[in-house]
Design a protein around this ligand. Structure first.
Ligand code: SF4
Ligand code: SF4
Ligand code: SF4
Length: 188
């Protein structure tokens, strides 16, 4: 494993861009090639910063990063107008929906990156604290890579099969969609 990959392996892979880079891998590249600060990843918190300092053999001069609670996106479905804005920015394909249709979050894949919140024109996405286990960094990385490949046009994968293939039983996805449709029909 080269150094950039080793650094990337220490990052939480929420792909939130709060470090100022386009995702975890670009930040890893900047840490190795441009001596970027090790204190730019709030989701990783202090534990990640200290691992970076150790791996990169940096002087440990940065401020301590305060730990953050894990969050998850939630769509108030009654206010969703199906504009797709959130779906288009989600870095791990954790949003299910189609133009003009209600959207919903596939909880097991949401990294809590917050990128969907500011783009929603009806302010119907919130970020409550997460009560279940967050997806693993390895799964986040794989989903982000698959999305990037799809957007690059390198893979001719249709959305639904891609969602099913990456580390999640098809039944879970089907259940998430059915639950959302049921809630909508019930007016909840
Ligand atoms: S988790 Fe967010 S802040 Fe941390 S490296 Fe990845 S994109 Fe940057
Ligand atoms: S649903 Fe929203 S918060 Fe969750 S991963 Fe996608 S963009 Fe990020
Ligand atoms: S951005 Fe908001 S209104 Fe548009 S599809 Fe997503 S949740 Fe619905």
């Amino acid at each position: 494993m080269n150094l950039i990959a080793a650094v990337d392996a220490l990052l939480p892979q929420t792909q939130c861009r709060r470090c100022g880079y386009d995702g975890c891998l670009p930040y890893a590249e900047a840490l190795v090639t441009h001596q970027a600060s090790t204190a730019l990843c709030p989701p990783g918190g202090e534990a990640t910063r200290q691992r970076l300092v150790q791996l990169l053999k940096r002087d440990d001069e940065a401020e301590l990063l305060t730990p953050e609670p894990s969050r998850i996106a939630e769509i108030r479905e009654s206010d969703c107008i199906g504009c797709r804005q959130c779906l288009d920015v989600c870095p791990v394909d954790a949003i299910i929906g189609a133009a003009g249709r209600m959207h919903t979050i596939y909880n097991a894949w949401c990294t809590g990156c917050e990128l969907c919140v500011p783009v929603c024109p009806t302010d119907c996405i919130t970020l409550p604290l997460r009560s279940d286990a967050a997806p693993s960094a390895d799964d986040n990385r794989a989903r982000h890579a698959r999305r990037a490949a799809r957007l690059d046009g390198r893979h001719e994968l249709r959305r639904a099969p891609a969602l099913v293939e990456v580390g999640s039983p098809a039944e879970d996805l089907r259940a998430a969609v059915l639950a959302a449709v049921t809630r909508k029909r019930g007016g909840a």
